[in-house]
Write a protein that binds this ligand. Structure first.
Ligand SMILES: Cc1cc2nc3c(=O)[nH]c(=O)nc-3n(C[C@H](O)[C@H](O)[C@H](O)COP(=O)(O)OP(=O)(O)OC[C@H]3O[C@@H](n4cnc5c(N)ncnc54)[C@H](O)[C@@H]3O)c2cc1C
Length: 300
């Protein structure tokens, strides 16, 4: 990692470079060991320089956004965690209703802007934390809609290239956008519809209120831990398997929403891994269903 740091500094890389950065600070679960390096490129040149340097030095890397759907499981991640900086946080609204949104934009802020400016189309995402880049990669959403339904183009940086990829060439599926390995989403284009701001705000409030009643929002979590199996709900299965309230160390199956594993007090990544294994086991034994993680577990 020393060679990478020296190379980046001598190439005048602008942006934060932090060694041994605890990932618990960057993930909504509030757990996770340290990354050997956290790098925050401030613009596209910086990002391409960083990716090139990591590639030249064979250093593994991983991009995160808001860290709201990811857990770093081991004591240490030996590679570089990349987070996009301010230069990827702008939003341009064109006359035809097209919005060009930087991948580092906080999803909630984009929704607030849509209300202010009177544009409809993003209401389904009310209450989804994290950034737009993470939301597109995860095809985040609810049964009311997801990002695949609104993206017309996604900007992808890969190796030395940056290109806009049209919707017809993007492979979205449930909670996933297939990306070439080693690529980073740097922006998206969506087309929204002009609408009375009060109607947009009311709709977002309705979605948010539903969330407030059904999700444990005051405690650290990474949202739904498991993907819903086809035609069913992971939360329903976990509840029916009697796992609500189950606890290992500081990790607990929420008694408000059984698919949320929450950090009750000073949990460790191992607590979550053990609890998730227990939940999977219970659901398999009772229903013969193999739950699959939605949360992106790194290492461990
Ligand atoms: C309280 C709570 C409620 C939630 N509710 C929902 C919900 O209703 N629906 C839902 O779908 N999700 C939900 N989530 C999960 C999560 O918020 C979403 O998946 C979110 O969109 C992830 O964004 P992020 O920026 O935090 O991504 P991160 O967690 O940082 O990353 C998630 C994945 O995306 C990748 N990634 C991040 N940024 C980029 C990028 N720029 N380019 C390429 N890959 C990238 C990461 O490598 C990782 O694999 C919830 C989470 C919490 C804590």
């Amino acid at each position: 990692m020393r060679a990478v740091l020296d190379q980046l500094r001598s190439s005048r890389f602008e942006g934060l470079l932090a060694e041994k950065e605890p990932m618990s600070r960057h993930c909504s679960l509030k757990v996770g060991g340290a990354a050997a390096l956290l790098a925050v490129p401030e613009d596209m040149d910086g990002l391409l320089m960083l990716l090139g340097t990591l590639r030249d030095n064979d250093v593994p890397w991983l991009i995160i956004g808001g860290g709201t759907n990811v857990m770093f499981a081991g004591d240490e991640y030996g590679g570089c965690v990349v987070r996009l900086g301010e230069g990827f946080s702008s939003t341009v609204v064109r006359k035809n209703g097209e919005w060009e949104i930087g991948a580092a934009c906080v999803t909630a802020k984009v929704l607030a802007a849509a209300v202010r400016k009177g544009f409809s189309g993003l209401q389904f995402a009310a209450g989804i934390p994290g950034t737009v880049g993470g939301a597109v990669r995860m095809n985040a959403g609810t049964h009311e809609g997801d990002f695949s339904g609104i993206c017309s183009e996604v900007q992808i940086a890969e190796k030395d290239q940056v290109q806009w990829v049209g919707r017809e060439n993007l492979e979205f599926s449930y909670r996933k956008l297939k990306l070439p390995s080693g690529s980073v989403i740097t922006g998206i284009r969506v087309v929204l519809t002009p609408e009375d701001p009060r109607l947009v705000a009311n709709e977002m409030e309705r979605v948010q209120e539903k969330r407030n009643k059904t999700q444990p929002l005051g405690v650290p979590s990474a949202g739904c831990w498991f993907l819903n199996p086809e035609g069913d709900s992971a939360g329903r299965l976990i509840d029916a398997a009697g796992m609500k309230g189950e606890r290992i160390g500081g990790a607990e199956v929420s008694d408000i929403h059984a698919n949320f594993l929450v950090n009750r007090s000073e949990a460790k990544p191992e607590d979550f891994l053990a609890l998730a294994a227990c939940v999977k086991n219970a659901v398999y034994e009772r229903f013969g269903v193999d739950l699959e993680e939605e949360v992106q577990v790194v290492g461990g």
